[in-house]
Design a protein around this ligand. Sequence first.
Ligand code: MN
Length: 302
Amino acid sequence: MKSALKRAVKDTTKNVRSIHHGSDAHWVGDGFPVHTVFSYQDLGTELTPFLLLDHAGPADFGPTSEERGVGWHPHRGFETVTIAYQGEVDHEDSGGNRGSIRPGDVQWMTAGSGVLHKEIHGRDYARRGGPFEMLQLWVNLPAKSKMTSPRYQELLDRDIPAARLPGDAGSVRVIAGEFEGAKGPARTFTPINLFDLRLHARHRVRLDLREGWTAALFVLKGKVSVNGEAANEGELVVFEREGGEAAIEAASDATVFVMNGKPIDEPIAGYGPFVMNTQEQIRQAFVDYQSGRLGRIPSTTH
Ligand code: MN
């Protein structure tokens, strides 16, 4: 807990509000052993515009010629952002788009009015087997953009700038938003910073997490101290909206995913793969899905 004195002295600090340990482990399809780090069902108001974060792996898959992953399913009303750390994911959708993401790549899918897709292990990776680790972040759309046309942004490793920290402290890969002049390639509907932060042991970084914005970070690897509070591997650190500055120091080599966004303070109504503003819109999403208005499975699929 923070003392009043500490607040008064460091009044630009973005204080840590709470630290959460990863919850239930479950399988998504047969390819994604997932811990849900947070969901809008428990932290929706605190973490808006971020709705959910799933951590898949780290896991080790043996070689196979089978298709592993999650089959055709719909989404409406938000965006899914898949960040590959190890392994490979192929996707295919009802609009006829397909692609692969490999370590360092990010797929930013805007479901908008609706899309059907499947997410499976990349064929070459599956044949080879090996380590697998991904994050999938769900980002909300503001009410006025929930029915926007679906789109994909395939953000390749080489297109994501990495700002090197002074003194060989590590690097900040900027997926979205900006860090010290490095601009992320993602186009977003509301202002968002997403950073893939790598810190070397006993080094630190100061981040400006924007006064009034939501901020949280997830520790994928290592042990860090966040404004003096210890956070371990698999833990989520949630900040107050007030203040901007956060000091992150690594006790061991660390990989940290930083989420920072302007809040969308609108009602959240969600069920399964749909996140809208009202229950009536959720009912409509099911009707539209069943009547094929979210798209159809391409006939060319295998
Ligand atoms: Mn999906």
